[in-house]
Design a protein around this ligand. Structure first.
Ligand SMILES: Cc1ncc(COP(=O)(O)O)c(C=O)c1O
Length: 373
């Protein structure tokens, strides 16, 4: 039986989500823009789901723009921010953000905007006072990642938001929250960011549905031109199936489920401590419970991954989006890890479907692999 430990890349759709979708299928196919009773009914259904989702996230002051996923939500927040239109502005980001954050920011740079980068470090990830050093009174956008997708490090977001508000009151704070939803507890109203991106397939909904949750939709220029759906920001018939699955899956992530992820992580560490080989933890101690990156500096993780794959165990060497790049993981080397350590980096990431025996089986197979390779 396959053991899937690459849940930071994507997660299987949970049985509860499938069943719930099937139960509502005669409603969810309807178009919420239709003005007949079925259209009105599905529109109301979506409005109720949105209310439940904002309740779950603690975001009473927020609005929802549905997108096709995290990539689109991050692009929308950065490329379509009205505050960046026309004149050149100052933008802040950090290293280790996902390509769907850094590439739109590099595009802003080409257009003439000034970009400042916060350097992450292995010890501290991002210290809030680093933000104080780069932020300016006229900074228009700061785009950061809440939970880093390769090492699981968590940003001290509330402290950072406070610093930004104190130094640049008009700055739009955008957060890539794709690896955070369901995995770490937070209350959106308390975080007080201006926008945050999420993606359904990272927490057991199907791929193809995401959202940009924001304080004010009108902060953005329209992404697509068309029928004027979603208050003209993102035209296109709304994906009621996707929205239903997104909200159902999100609400399944209770504190109890997070405890399950923590337990899996603890077992992983206990089991790994039995292995004789040199293992270094790249993931910090206080990281999100679903991601652990280790380095086996005397081995090539890409080769280990192939051995494990042959035994139907799926792990990764880092972000699925950079998996095709044949170089030492640049995020790790930028934080001071040697090329050898970076080549030996293996990411193990959990989902709610994982069971304790799968973790034990993974470590057993890894141990056997290290004995022959
Ligand atoms: C932190 C982070 N941001 C954004 C994305 C992109 O999300 P999506 O795959 O939904 O476009 C990912 C997915 O790999 C991610 O891990």
């Amino acid at each position: 039986m396959m053991i899937f430990l690459d849940n930071a890349a994507t997660t299987p759709v949970l049985e509860e989500v499938w069943q719930d979708l099937a139960k509502h299928r005669s409603l969810l196919f309807a178009n919420p823009s239709s003005t007949h009773p079925l259209g009105i009914k599905v529109k109301k259904h979506i409005a109720n789901l949105e209310k439940d989702l904002l309740n779950y996230l603690g975001g009473q002051r927020y609005e929802i723009i549905w997108t096709s996923g995290g990539t689109e939500a991050n692009n929308l927040a950065i490329t379509n921010l009205k505050a960046l239109a026309n004149t050149n502005k100052h933008v802040v980001t950090m290293n280790g953000v996902h390509p769907c954050v850094i590439k739109p920011i590099e595009a802003l740079k080409k257009q003439g905007h000034e970009i400042s980068y916060i350097q992450t470090s292995a010890q501290e990830f991002v210290q809030p006072k680093q933000v104080e050093k780069v932020i300016k009174p006229d900074t228009a956008l700061i785009a950061l990642t809440y939970v880093q997708n390769e090492i699981g490090a968590i940003l001290k977001l509330q402290e950072i938001v406070q610093i930004v508000r104190n130094h640049a009151p008009n700055c739009h704070i955008h957060i890539d929250g794709v690896q955070a939803l369901g995995k770490i507890p937070f209350v959106l109203d308390e975080l007080d960011v201006d926008s945050i991106a999420f993606s359904g397939h990272k927490f057991h909904a199907p791929g193809g549905i995401g959202t940009l949750i924001c304080k004010n939709k009108q902060a953005f220029l329209p992404m697509f031109l068309g029928g004027g759906q979603q208050q003209d920001i993102r035209s296109g018939s709304m994906d009621a199936f996707g929205i239903h699955a997104f909200c159902t899956a999100a609400l399944l992530h209770t504190e109890e489920k997070r405890t399950h992820l923590k337990k899996l992580n603890q077992i992983l560490k206990e089991e790994l401590s039995q292995i004789q080989a040199e293992i270094r933890y790249i993931t910090p101690k206080d990281a999100a419970p679903h991601i652990t990156m280790i380095s086996l500096p005397n081995h090539e993780a890409a080769v280990l991954m192939r051995f494990l794959g042959a035994e139907e165990i799926m792990v990764s060497t880092g972000s699925a989006c950079s998996a095709q790049i044949k170089q030492a993981n640049p995020f790790l080397t930028s934080m001071g890890y040697s090329e050898k350590q970076a080549y030996g980096a293996l990411r193990i990431s959990f989902g709610l479907q994982n069971q304790e025996y799968e973790i034990r089986q993974f470590v057993k197979t890894l141990k056997q692999t290290l004995e022959i390779y």
